[in-house]
Design a binder for this molecule. Structure first.
Ligand code: HMG
Length: 502
């Protein structure tokens, strides 16, 4: 395999390929997890402390996977000012399947009609929460390949995460993320270090195609998540250590400025960070353990595969890693705790949250590791290098500014009672896949510019409309942004000048 480090081999290839812009959409209504604890009759603190969740976003029958993705893609295109004709690849990652044949991507093509652009590669990708990452990898690979025609790629990840009543219900959520992918990005996908772990398990799956609800083995799903995390981190570390850029210090949490995780519930993310510090501990040469991990030497004989539910190990390393969690991971949990598990967009909601809590200058030059997990299972750890350019008009500054109102947007949602939430879940359950069907949910509560379902006809064809845009819609505020995303001569390549694959 040719090494990407070889500058001669890289000559002419697009540089710094990654995420240029990022848009997040979450529903306008939520249920409070403290109130849900009371409503469900569970002990106080079970959802809020035990799972680490504060609020859960949910959709009425007015929203489905098509509408979520229409909304987030529209907003991305409006905010960035990138014309629809400038998109050459559109990838969708989702596990919210409402049609066994017709893709969400094909539904999104409605937005491209006025531009006349139908020359757009890419289609839907599905494996539980991993589809968004598979879509992002496809998009990055396209830009870095001989197939690239100089246009941008867009990745859309969206899901509606709903569970039957019971222990899993408070771990639901809903939302979508859209990402503009291309060269000279402020968030650069680092080459050669991506680490995956994939295998066959039945931890969480959706065999009943007539229901929105998954079949879940909760405890097994946690074990699978943690074992995938161990495997990805070990491979990621090995690949990082093998690069020419590796410093004299081997990979450890110290080498990373932030660690972001797929978040089914926030407590598992904190345990995951602790798990990585346990990995570092086991990888530390014996003669350095006492100095680096005082008081933890007794855990030296423990093995990763025996400790998924070892409370002593968990407690010790949760304590040890607490300052690291607070500095490097907690800022990424804003959407995860306030919206819940968005499935495919979850880790990208973490990225948006992390960026929204920072300034461009505090982010410039940093390195972020992300862990993406989808049950079944597919998982990848990868890293993003943040551009050094934090100038006022830089893509990094624009990205940060576009996400700066995230908390205000979350705060502007409407709280509804657990009883209304339960009724809405019942309605979704009873009307899922019903045709013909006219949704009954209110459209007045939707955020401005939200696409919503108006009708399913007797041939199951779905029709959508969009709630009115208002001048205050955040997506419309960044008027001057457009010019910065127009394809510049230096970044576009005609098909004649495309580099040949080495
Ligand atoms: P449960 O029955 O609520 O579990 O199910 P529990 O009784 O063990 O309680 C959970 C925690 O709350 C425990 O903490 C309790 O001690 C604590 P822990 O011991 O684990 O640290 N607790 C309390 N804390 C404070 N005050 C209290 C209190 N009561 C209890 N009063 C489970 C939890 C996550 C299993 C369930 O919600 C579930 O099945 N969720 C769905 C599956 C899931 O999220 N799995 C996560 C990994 S798999 C994944 O991430 C993939 C996924 O996103 C799907 C995809 O890929 O598409 C889910």
């Amino acid at each position: 395999m040719p090494s990407f480090k070889n500058s001669a081999e890289c000559a002419g290839w697009p540089q710094d390929v990654g995420i240029l812009a990022l848009e997040v959409y979450f529903p306008s209504e939520y249920v409070d997890q403290t109130e849900l604890e009371v409503f469900d009759g569970v002990s106080q603190g079970k959802y809020t402390i035990g799972l680490g969740q504060t609020k859960m976003g949910f959709c009425s029958d007015r929203e489905d996977i098509n509408s979520l993705c229409l909304t987030v893609l529209s907003r991305l295109m409006e905010r960035t000012g990138v014309g629809y004709e400038n998109i050459g690849r559109l990838e969708v990652g989702t596990e919210t399947i409402i049609d066994k044949s017709k893709s969400v991507k094909s539904v999104l093509m409605q937005l491209f009609e006025d531009s006349g652009n139908t020359d757009i590669e890419g289609i839907d990708t599905t494996n539980a929460c991993y589809g968004g990452t598979a879509a992002l990898i496809n998009a990055i690979n396209w830009v870095e390949s001989s197939s690239w025609d100089g246009r941008y790629a867009v990745v859309v990840a969206g899901d509606i995460a709903v569970y039957a009543t019971g222990a899993a219900r408070p771990t639901g959520g809903a939302g979508a993320v859209a990402m503009l992918v291309g060269p000279h990005a402020p968030l650069i996908m680092e080459r050669g270090v991506r680490a995956s772990h994939m295998c066959h398990v039945y931890d969480f799956y959706k065999p009943d195609l007539s229901s929105e609800y998954p079949t879940v083995d909760g405890k097994l799903s946690i074990q699978c998540y943690l074992s995938a995390l161990d495997a990805c981190y070990q491979t990621f570390s090995r690949k990082c250590n093998a690069t020419k850029e590796a410093s004299s210090s081997p990979m450890s949490l110290e080498q990373l400025n932030a660690l972001l995780f797929h978040s089914p519930f926030c407590k598992l993310v904190q345990k995951s960070l602790a798990r990585l510090s346990f990995n570092d501990f086991l990888n530390t040469p014996a003669d350095q353990v006492a100095a680096k991990y005082p008081g933890l030497e007794a855990f030296r004989e423990k093995k990763l595969e025996d400790t998924y539910f070892d409370k002593d190990v968990e407690k010790a390393f949760m304590g040890y890693s607490l300052p690291i969690f607070q500095a490097k991971t907690k800022p990424s949990l804003l959407i995860a705790t306030e919206v819940g598990n968005m499935y495919t967009p979850s880790v990208y909601g973490g990225l948006a949250s992390y960026i929204s809590c920072n300034t461009a200058s505090s982010l410039a030059g940093k390195r972020i590791a992300l862990f993406s997990y989808g049950s079944g299972l597919a998982s990848t750890m990868f890293s993003l290098k943040i551009s050094d350019d934090d100038g006022p008009d830089s893509p990094l500054s624009q990205l940060v500014s576009s996400l700066s109102n995230l908390k205000a947007r979350l705060d502007s949602r409407k709280k509804v009672s657990p009883a209304v939430f339960a009724e809405t879940m019942k309605l979704r359950q009873e009307t899922h896949h019903k045709a013909p069907y006219t949704p009954v949910g209110s459209v007045d509560t939707l955020f401005p510019g939200t696409w919503y379902l108006t009708k399913v006809d007797d041939m199951h064809r779905r029709q959508y409309e969009r709630s009115p845009l208002t001048p205050t819609l955040p997506a419309m505020e960044v008027d001057g942004a457009a010019s910065n995303y127009l394809i510049k001569e230096s970044t576009s390549m005609s098909t004649e000048t495309l580099p040949q694959q080495v």
